[in-house]
Design a protein around this ligand. Sequence first.
Ligand code: 0A1
Ligand code: ZN
Length: 852
Amino acid sequence: MLDAQKTIHLADYQPFTHLVERVELTFRLAPGATRVLAQLHLAPNPARPGRHPLRLDGEGLRLVACAVAGQAVAPALDDSGLTIAPEDLPEGPFLLETEVEIAPEANTALEGLYMSKGMYCTQCEAEGFRKITYYLDRPDVMSRFRVRIESDLPVLLSNGNPTANGQGWAEWDDPWPKPAYLFALVAGDLRAHSADFTTASGRKVALNIWVRPGDEDRCAYAMDSLIRSMRWDEEVYGREYDLDVFNIVAVDDFNMGAMENKGLNIFNSRYVLASPETATDDDYARIEAIIAHEYFHNWTGNRITCRDWFQLCLKEGLTVFRDHQFSGDMRSAAVRRIEEVVALRARQFREDAGPLAHPVRPESFVEINNFYTATVYEKGSEVIAMLKTLVGDQGYKRALDLYFDRHDGDAATIEDWLNVFEDATGRDLSQFKLWYSQAGTPRLQVAEDWQDGVYTLTFTQSTPPTPGQPEKAPRVIPINVGLLNPNGDEVVPTIMLEMTQERQSFRFQGLAARPVPSILRGFSAPVVLEREAPPEERAFLLAHDTDPFNKWEAGRALAKDVMAAMVLQDAPPSPAWLDAVAAVAFDGGLDPAFRALCLRLPAEDDMAQTIHAMGRIPDPARIHSARRAMAGALAIRLGEGLVQLCRDLDDGAEFSPSAEQAGRRALRLAALALLARRDGGKLAAEAFAGARSMTEEIGALAALLDVGQGAAELQVFADRWGGDANVMDKWFALQLALAEPGEAAELTERLTARADFDWKNPNRFRSVVGALAANHAGFHHLSGRGYRVVADWLLKLDPLNPQTAARVSTAFETWPRYDAARRKLAQAELERILAAPDLSGDLREMAGRMLA
Ligand code: 0A1
Ligand code: ZN
């Protein structure tokens, strides 16, 4: 199946035959028949000597007119573009004019120019511009764009600075050359939430967040996040904004989170709009991070872009790393780091361990949209974090300054990026480069030796085979280690051990007693640390480790040991774990957000991953019961103290989205959820009734649903929020997250039958179908209904929106880890998908790779 599709290889890269010096675009907007007039000022590319035909990408366009140097020509048209023969092209620079017609209202794929609730909107990354006009749609072709929009709608936006406007039209000029994937256009009846920003060098920038009428009062937090991001990038990276305006638009129909179009960021409205009543603390944190992420792309992505899509991690890994740094500076860095690692393991380690594993820089792809993955983004960021650890803060700063200096205006590669680090620090990074080319998560084993006052740590690394990569070479792994003595004092503060070989020992001398090691502090490398340790040692580190990440990690490892023993050996929840968690939960000296994280049990999918890595077959039903039993035991062990904790944490202060308050709410809700197991949800029902924020409202509702209560509250919630799609998405998703395994598929069928299940809206689709897929025991239920319902919906969505269908299909990526009965069921669904007539290339590639 896959062979029929065209695979693109990194090794085949060639510069384009032509350069585009300038682009002028005119849009005559109409829902069913928009005209796009393009004037491309082209010239032969000296990097490709000789005479070449001109090949332009174009999909789903109706060509109305085409002229070269003012003379009409008839290009050869096919499904993916047009070609003009060399004979029809002048030898030097020339003007190409085209006019096409497109139908934005019929565009359900949400790529190119489409409509969302009466508003025109674009999404061009990765290859959407070719659905707007014929163009050289590849990131290394950069050009200056001037845009004229003609429409009766009141707000008409594009990239760059506004130059002129009148009744029914507006013109924009972007002085910065850019690839077409950064093009954007928006037209609609929108309102602005506005502010100003003055850059370090004194440029005054008008900031606007454009939303639908009525949403203006939910933009304050996004604006505040934007201003803090702009300041932070100046202070930390020395990077200033470079236009007179910065526009953000919120749109309800969007395939991804947000998009960094030059000067005109477009956001999924759920990552912009927030008020205490409608957004949870997690929403606030995500808004802050995504606003920052898109803003930071202005330098890492826009000013320096990617030569080709294989280099996607060049912009994404670095920009994720920068948004992590930012969030760490804005909030508790320790808490953020723990959350990052939880997400990394849940998404990226999972991907790396299955049939979709691929290197941070892939070497081939069929559909580039399928490579906006946790590996490219999150592992890409971890690779940069390691680089920084290896070269040190000063080395990193020098390298980044050189990167911006040397490559501003370029379409760059990973080689360029690594060369900058080599030149700035004098290090040889050839071995480090394996992090970009080898897929799979390395496993790190540790052996200890203590003799005559010398303590030795011996590490062994190995990486399991991944698709197309049976053998792996040893990588450079920075392992941050600290040593504690048996009374809990730190005797060796954090040092970095640089592992370069398959097996390597590090010695520590001059210690009075055998130390307790704290290994991989701060999660200094994206590896699986395979180190068995007795429960007492894990409890000791949870109590004493000075590294907050490893303190949490010790508790997490202990919880996983306990859950694994419950699942695999029918063991009871261990008292050592219960005591250790109780000590943290009631330790008023610790950050409440940290305590809340320590109360959170490992997710079921994460546990399945761990059991699989132990060489055993995970049983979703048993994992589900074990996790519930652990929560029940914890509720009993923490006892009445939970009531007091809830009371102490409810200080009645006026709502603030601050990390500090959010941490208190998180701990209170964690306590409330445990209490619900003791009082049948009495306190949670009270908390729901008295909730003063969405965090409390949804948190209390979750506590109720988790103990089989909450039917009345669900109804109250729906009555209250029925008119707010972003809030109702939570209502859908929460029920599915907490549905009993045997009921999840049926609940999905009931929810999808509702009139407000607008399945063409990606947020709603993910909140229901994606939420079923994320209910581990429900999706993997032995009846096979979970698999079937998800597959049915993927097949239904695919013809309309292949991108979102393909993304949600990754629910199936873990199928090989389960028992034969489940494997057979899941495989049958994937085969059914693959056999569907007219399947999109997106979903075909995914299903094919998952079955390969
Ligand atoms: N570059 C954006 C994410 C993005 C990628 C692809 C899209 O459509 C296929 C849309 C957005 C970011 O990293 O934020
Ligand atoms: Zn990004």
